[in-house]
Design a protein around this ligand. Sequence first.
Ligand code: SAH
Length: 227
Amino acid sequence: MTFAATVLTLYPEMFPGPLGLSLSGDALARGVWSLEAKNIRDHGLGRHRAVDDTPAGGGPGMVIRCDVLANAIDAAVPADDPRPKLLMSPRGKPLTQSSVRELAAGPGIVIVCGRFEGVDERVIEARGLREVSIGDYVLSGGEMAAMIVLDSCVRLLPGVMGKEASGTEESFESNRLEYPHYTRPREWEGRAIPEVLLSGNHAAIERWRREESERITRERRPDLLER
Ligand code: SAH
């Protein structure tokens, strides 16, 4: 089954962009997932295809109109489409590895990318858009945030990552950051690979990795240990 992504944006030419390369690009070419980017401006008003207007109540910037965005959503997504509809938004629920897993297990996603000051609140309610944030900072548009959501989902689809296992030992799975990695050469600029990793003792290696993982999480992200 193909994981189907539909992105609504004012800049469809930004897609697939980086998603067309490497792991996600190969998977796209193989049909493991599909991507369509729809231009919200196709539903813009008048000769200039206007999509935005000034904020009610005053203030700086422009707001994407609810009627225009709703028409774009309705044209791209049938009413009985089972896919969740996301709106990229700094006010949204923060994206986490567990929400990514949930999304990746489903039929796909529809993602609306905001621009300017954002979108008219009424379309969020009327079309049941789920607001999702990628972190506590402000981007100039939702496109790169949408790419982050898609990249994190696509790598979890069956057959995308080389080893099925490499998804389950990573950072944030079981609320821990990952242990350090090493590869050849064995010694570099006077720095050696930790002896235990060369010992061939798999139980000892696993214990070391677990301890390192706990230490790094405690130092850098104590909030994860409380979850
Ligand atoms: N005025 C808004 C910010 C608008 S930024 C506010 O203060 O909340 C323009 C668009 O960029 C947003 O509509 C959203 O789609 C996107 N965006 C900005 N920061 C984001 C973030 N941290 N996560 C997800 N999307 C974001």
